[in-house]
Design a protein around this ligand. Structure first.
Ligand code: AMP
Length: 279
């Protein structure tokens, strides 16, 4: 497995593979890899001749008061994991390699304005920009994203369609801890007490999955979910919402495929979880 820190090196390696007619898959990550990332890398390994994992804590997707500095990093462990999963290349640039000031941005307005976009107004602009850059640098045939970040996945699908990227986007299921908590690099911020409290998110997901059916009202599903979270003293709801699975706009009735998504503060840590219901 190779590690490239420059765009030039990455392009040269990928071009050589393409000349041989090999297919290339990309798994974009911010590192501090866990089993959720590993599931994407495994899927990518199954479906492509060559596997590229990017490890880059993207500064432009963090707001001014967010956790850019504190975001956990352990590149040695990440590279060992990627190697053991059969990745061929890690692209691990410094921010200076990726951004000049001023810099062009890519954004998808409507889909980015609901759910996480409300609390994190610049987040998806940063995500779209870095993912576009990674797509242009690596030019993968396939790119792998987790359903854990469901709004991000919907936005990237729309971006790929609107901007005509010739890349197949593959969505992968949420990987959870044994007790239900969705795996996240940010779970490391939780104290033991908060880690227990964080289970209210996956409990709410389970409750919502039990209640939802075609034709029922959003509130019929959301109110008991919110009730479960509000019963946890360490939890504070950012949002618990039901949106159209494609447009990310709120829906009142389950009359189409929907995403039920939430963001909840457990102490200072903001955690997300979701489930989809397809019609
Ligand atoms: P991140 O490093 O948090 O930016 O995540 C990189 C990719 O891994 C994104 O596509 C995430 O949706 C995906 N991912 C993170 N956590 C999980 C999880 N628990 N299950 C599935 N995919 C995940």
């Amino acid at each position: 497995m190779k590690v490239a820190t420059t765009i030039k090196e990455t392009r040269e390696l990928v071009k050589a593979w393409k000349r041989e007619g090999l297919s290339v898959g990309l798994v974009p990550t911010m590192g501090y890899l866990h089993e959720g990332h590993a599931s994407l890398i495994r899927k990518c390994r199954e479906e492509n001749d060559r596997v590229v994992v990017s490890v880059f804590v993207n500064p432009t997707q963090f707001g001014p008061n967010e956790d850019l500095e504190a975001y956990p990093r352990d590149f040695k462990r990440d590279s060992e994991l990627c190697d053991s999963l059969g990745a061929d290349l890690i692209f691990h640039p410094e921010p200076e390699e990726m951004y000049t000031d001023p810099h062009a941005f890519v954004s998808i307005d409507t889909l980015s304005e609901t759910l996480c976009g409300k609390t994190r107004p610049i987040h998806f602009k940063g995500v779209c920009t870095v993912v576009s850059k990674l797509f242009n640098i690596v030019q993968p045939d396939n790119a792998y994203f987790g359903q854990k970040d469901a709004q991000q996945l919907a936005i990237i699908r729309k971006m790929v369609q609107d901007l005509n990227f010739d890349i197949r986007i593959v969505g992968c299921p949420i990987i959870r801890e044994e007790d239900g908590l969705a795996k996240s690099s940010r779970n490391t911020y939780l104290s033991p007490e908060e880690r227990q409290a964080a289970l209210c998110l996956s409990r709410a997901v389970k409750k919502g999955q039990e209640l939802i059916s075609t034709g029922c009202s959003a509130d019929f599903v959301l109110a008991p979910m919110k009730g479960l979270i509000e019963a946890e003293p360490l939890a504070k709801i950012d949002y618990v919402s039901m949106v159209d699975a494609l447009t990310m706009q709120p829906v009142e009735t389950v009359d189409r495929s929907v995403l039920i998504a939430m963001a909840v503060y457990i102490g200072k840590t903001r955690l997300i979880d979701n489930f989809s219901y397809e019609i």
